[in-house]
Design a protein around this ligand. Sequence first.
Ligand code: CP
Length: 314
Amino acid sequence: MSEWTRHDLLDLKELSKEEIEMVLQTAKSFKEVSARDVKKVPALRGKTVAMLFFEPSTRTRVSFELAAKRLSADTISIAISNSSLNKGETIIDTAKNIEAMNVDLLVVRHSCAGVPHILAENVGSSIINAGDGCRSHPTQALLDLFTIKEKLGKIEGLNVAIIGDILHSRVARSNIWGLKKLGANVTVCGPSTLMPVGIERMGVNVSYNVNDVIKTADVLMLLRLQMERQKDKFLPSIREYAKSFGINSSKLKDAKKDLVIMHPGPTNRGVELSAEIADGKYSVILDQVTNGLAIRMAVLYLLLGTKEQAPVSG
Ligand code: CP
């Protein structure tokens, strides 16, 4: 594949293996830009990127904003609580009004699955899904793929275990789509009450025993308990969950020596992982954040850059 043709980035489900690899390759060039003294290239000079975050975010929002700035694009952040959405304007009308000011791309996060897709059908600006409900978080999965490849040199054939609240996790879904396309063996592991019915149809193994999956795993991808999305009582207690599924050093005694432990953040120390694991030798949590910036630069560049603009010319 030699050319990027997509106008939006909504899901990893729709991307081919070649498209995913193209993002990872482009991100590799952009990672070097952020290590320079002058962390800026003119690739998107004259373009405007707007952030529409209807849900809290630290990593994704800061990362997209920095990525756009490092590519020399102008950025605006819509303060949702102070916007005319509070006066009854629809989200589509809000997006159309932003587009009317010649904004080139909207980065959208929303608690309802499908909102970025609806906006993509209704506005001409490019849309990036920065997380929609329990459905999809494509740039998170891309940065996770990038990090695995960086740490272990490949993705094909690796045993990746995704552990935790699979039911409510857009990170799990996006990673399953991406990891399967790149040839990994994926196991999902968590309490039965937090396991989606029919998840096997996504081509994954299912386990309810974390000690079993640790023995063969190359990568453990830990997920936060999504309490804000749990409308029913899915667990006897957080303490019980931490005891059965939380990762600590005693659970890792039979783990592979070069195990990689990932977490998309925000982490709940003492719940899905202990502090010593979060800060320990297996953890690549902050590398994921660093790589997220390179991935978002790559995605913005591929969606908005023109052929004449070299990706990393200074
Ligand atoms: N991983 C992630 O999406 O983090 P934020 O919610 O802080 O953006």
